[in-house]
Structures are given as structure tokens and as C-alpha cells.
Ligand binder design. Structure first.
Ligand SMILES: Cc1ncc(COP(=O)(O)O)c(C=O)c1O
Length: 379
């Protein structure tokens, strides 16, 4: 029996069409995009085309797109680069939501060690930042406000447009980590009020280790990775041409096929909820009215998630408690505890993240296996 994969928020399989676009850039078109000769110029032409495509889809200018190694680097760069660049102006406060990914939380810790004052915004029980909390926290010395577009553990969407507007009214920059949202909603740089937006290819069937950071023209930032003059002198390192080509192709497909795949996911999610409703003591964590169509964070009363995940894995189902980056941790999820769940409740919670290639048969089979495991562990 084929394994079932319900962990698309951790990563997605590479789309074969994306691989086909990438392959020539590993072999015959192997040039260093910064080499001035023809071999290099052909590679640079592919990078240019990728940048054009992404800029066009984001409603951005070409020189506002910077290629990175993924969501973690983009998040680190946005946080550290912008905050450090603003210190000279006396802007020493950084505000971020308490449910951000560790890429941002760890950057905030580093900024704190450098003397920045860090403020974590609480979320309500649905997992959403309350704009009023930002109103109270923001000052005219705020360098940067960071609120993610959608959360990676609950799929909950954040009020980014309001947060961005409020940040700007106090002279602060606004950064949103769209790593989880990008596969399901078009990034719209004109509507989002964001100065910086991060995203990553492997969340939308592109290659791992490929991402981008949108930095609005006029925003000053310090570089994170020094070296050559690549990316307008702001991000050193030989351009990863196959990955950049893959990122652009995967993003193009994600946007072009978004309506269809969201509709499919909504159907799968409804079926999933119907099937799991047959199991007693299951509640959904997070605001279901404002959430991605792909993520369901469920609390299974009386069942510890580590035992549940282990047993599901043995039966051929891959899923997670939350962020893959934190899966080695024994601590309860910072996202769920910020939403008010007690430690025990957080440790009874699991994240199901569906993908466009999942089938109804997998949902029915996966939830039946789930019922079996839950009964066994409760028994
Ligand atoms: C919200 C969020 N930000 C950042 C990242 C890190 O992205 P990457 O794996 O591309 O470094 C992830 C990955 O899980 C994520 O979910």
C-alpha cells in the first residue's frame, strides 16, 4: 500500500514540470551567471527571466526581488538587515507576533543581544494577532514590525494589511513571512502594505533551498551574506541558477493553478473534517474562518502526539505535530501555547497539512487509520 503524505506544510514534492525546467541548468547550461562570457550570459538570461516572472506575479519591480536560499534566510535577512540599518536613526524597537516561525524568533533573539528592544505580540485563542495589541506596542522608535501572512502550524491567516498600515503610520517598516501562504494566495505587493515579503519554493512544489525576499525600493537594509556583488551587492554567493529557474516555474504554476488546487483542497479538507468528526474528542485549533485550505491542526483528547505520530508513521502515514524544524524539541508548540492551550493540550495536538496530489481515497484511508490508532492509544 502506498504511503500517505499529510505533511505539505513541512515540504512538498518537486513538480515534474519544474524539474524538467531545471535540469538543463545542471548540465549543458551550467555557467556562472556572473561570468561575462556567453556561457555565463546564458545562465544570467535564465535568472533574468525568473526575476521578471516573479516580479510580474508579485506586482513588483524587477530590482525588488532578491534570490535567497529559502524562507529561513529571507526571514533572517529581513529582520536583521532592516533592524540593523535603522539603528542609526534611533529606531531600536522590533515588534513581532509570538507565533512566528523560528527563523524570525531566533533573529529577534539575536537583535535583543545586540541591544534592540523586542516586543512579542500576543494572539487571541483563534491564533490571530489583535491589531489593538500592535496599536499599544508600537512607538515612533519602532524599526520594524513582523507579522506572518499565515501560520505554519495552524494555517491561520493574520491581519497583515492592517498591521502594515499601522506600522507605516508610526514610521516602522513592515515585514511579512509569506512562506506558508504563498502556495494558496497570490502575493500582492500593492495591497499588502509590506516593505519586505519572504517566500520559499519547496512549499509550492519547487526545489528545496530556493527562496526570495521582496524588498521594496527605498527600504534600506544591511546585507546578511557578504561576498561578491551578486543581487545588487546585497547577497553574495554564486547564483544557484537551477534553483532560481525552479522557484520561478513553481511559482508560475502555483499561481496559474491556484484556483483549481484551492478548490480541490477545500473539498479534501471538508471530507477530512467529516471523517474525523466520527472520532470522539477531536477539536480544531485555530480560527477556521481565517485559515489556509490545506492545514488542519487538531487536538485529540487523551492522546499524546508523539505516540500518535509514531503509530501513524508505522501504518504508513506521514504527518507532524508542527514545524519540522522544531520536531526534535520536547517543548510544547509555542504557537499553541500562545493561543492559550495548556501544555497537555498542546501535546495532544497534531498538524495535518494536505496537498493538491492527495486523493479522497487517501483521506478516507488515512482517517480510518487515525481512528484505529486513537482507539488503541486511548484503550
Ligand atoms: C512560516 C515559515 N517561515 C519560514 C520557514 C523556513 O523556510 P525554509 O524551509 O525555506 O528555510 C518555514 C518552513 O517551514 C515556514 O513555515
Amino acid at each position: 500500500m502506498q504511503r500517505i503524505y499529510f505533511d505539505h506544510a513541512a515540504t512538498t514534492p518537486l513538480d515534474k514540470r519544474v524539474l524538467d525546467k531545471m535540469l538543463p541548468y545542471f548540465t549543458e547550461l551550467y555557467g556562472n551567471a556572473d561570468s561575462p562570457h556567453q556561457t555565463g550570459r546564458r545562465a544570467m538570461a535564465a535568472v533574468d527571466a525568473a526575476r521578471d516572472l516573479i516580479a510580474e506575479r508579485l506586482g513588483a519591480k524587477k530590482n525588488e526581488i532578491y534570490f535567497t536560499s529559502g524562507g529561513t534566510e529571507s526571514g533572517n535577512w529581513a529582520m536583521l538587515g532592516a533592524a540593523r540599518a535603522r539603528r542609526k536613526e534611533g529606531k531600536t524597537r522590533v515588534i513581532l507576533s509570538s507565533v512566528e516561525h523560528h527563523a524570525l524568533l531566533s533573529s529577534a533573539e539575536r537583535l535583543q543581544n545586540e541591544g534592540f528592544e523586542i516586543v512579542y505580540l500576543p494572539v487571541n485563542e483563534g491564533g490571530r494577532v489583535e491589531v489593538n495589541a500592535l496599536k499599544e506596542a508600537i512607538t515612533d522608535t519602532t524599526a520594524l514590525v513582523a507579522v506572518m501572512t499565515a501560520n505554519n502550524e495552524t494555517g491561520v491567516l493574520q491581519p497583515i494589511e492592517e498591521c502594515g498600515e499601522l506600522a507605516h503610520s508610526h514610521g516602522a517598516l513592515f515585514f511579512t513571512d509569506a512562506t506558508q501562504a504563498a502556495p494558496y494566495m497570490p502575493i500582492d505587493t500593492s495591497a499588502w502594505n509590506a516593505d519586505m515579503i519572504a517566500f520559499s519554493a519547496h512549499k509550492f512544489y519547487g526545489p528545496k533551498g530556493a527562496g526570495a525576499l521582496y524588498i521594496k525600493n527605498g527600504v534600506r537594509t544591511e546585507k546578511l551574506i557578504g561576498g561578491g556583488e551578486q543581487e545588487r551587492g546585497l547577497r553574495g554567493g554564486t547564483l544557484n541558477v537551477p534553483n532560481i529557474v525552479g522557484l520561478a516555474e513553481a511559482y508560475r504554476l502555483a499561481i496559474d493553478e491556484m484556483a483549481e488546487s484551492n478548490e480541490k483542497l477545500q473539498g479534501l479538507s471538508a471530507l477530512f473534517r467529516k471523517e474525523t468528526a466520527k472520532i470522539r474528542g477531536i477539536t480544531r485549533n485555530g480560527d477556521s474562518e481565517n485559515a489556509l485550505p490545506s492545514v488542519l491542526n487538531l487536538r485529540i483528547e487523551g492522546v499524546e502526539n508523539t505516540a500518535f505520530l509514531y503509530n501513524m508513521d508505522l501504518r504508513g502515514v506521514s504527518l507532524a505535530a508542527g514545524s519540522a524544524c522544531a520536531s526534535a524539541s520536547v517543548k510544547p508548540s509555542h504557537v499553541l501555547t500562545a493561543m492559550g492551550l495548556r501544555e497537555r493540550e498542546a501535546k495532544e495536538s497534531v498538524r495535518f497539512s494536505l496537498g493538491k496530489n492527495n486523493t479522497e481515497e487517501e483521506i478516507v484511508r488515512g482517517t480510518a487509520l487515525m481512528r484505529e490508532v486513537v482507539e488503541r492509544l486511548r484503550g
